[in-house]
Design a protein around this ligand. Sequence first.
Ligand code: SF4
Length: 327
Amino acid sequence: MKYYKKENDRLVCLLCSYYCKLKEGQVGICGVNKNVGTTVECLVYGYISALNADPIEKKPLYHFLPDTKVLSLGTVGCNFKCPFCQNHGISQEKKIDKSRYLSPKDVVTLALRNNCKSIAFTYNEPTIFYPYAKDIAIEAKKHGLKNVYVSNGFESSEVIDDMKGIIDAVNIDLKCFTQSYYKKELGGNLEQVLENLKHFKRNGIWLEITTLIVPTKNDSKEELHNIAKFIKNELDIYTPWHISAFHPDYKDLDLPHTSVESLKLAFDLGKKEGLKYVYIGNVNLGNNTSCPNCNEVLLKRYRFKTIENNIIGGNCPKCNYKVEGVF
Ligand code: SF4
């Protein structure tokens, strides 16, 4: 895809749903895509701020190549401004450290050398560095690696279409179910994120969803129930929903940690709604995967590690049910 289009004297960036209309010399909301006259340049292309070989469960992706390593990378910048961001040191940073450049080939070499089965674009919002992520992903495919995207779900529809056949799995934050919280405190907007979740699904990209439960902000029974209902009615009951605990960080230092009761409430609402794969990830509650058909434990996890994998060829070992995901 072409990452921008011309509109009168401006260039419109097509990477995310803000569609910033940039005059020459102007940088978009994310701070890292700039109208340089003839094109919109992704200023962070090649300049990585964080790089780690992580367990895939840490993304979190629980139904995608379990018990494998994923080379995870991010740059600086973000199109959102979440006050609880645990990676605010890079996401809200605009200064690009150009002391180390990694070409797409360099990244893939590192992934292979570290015995990773996939590459993840994560830590900050990957949509804002999609031109770099895409070039890495295409190179990765040549070597049999898969590609993963961990995102706030505010991509442009053009990018989601472009991802087809390149990005294999995504974990998307559904941060709340109220327009005002998105608009006033986080960025983007609820409708677009919901539309994008459906779009990923339509495009056949494996989708898992994460909701960070932030006390007093998105933890009402009604709101959590609305999220569970949306997943069931607009996606499907086999879409994994990761419920995640907040701890005070960045600007949200005065809020308490998420209570275990709150996490369990969300878990129960999801289960009651009929969702088959609900997980409380980062406090190690409700973390195993059971067969939706016969209830056999398929995957046992301890924190970010799969410690037992009983799936055989993508199927339940007891009843042969084909487990949803990529195995
Ligand atoms: S990536 Fe999004 S926020 Fe950044 S310039 Fe493009 S449209 Fe604007």
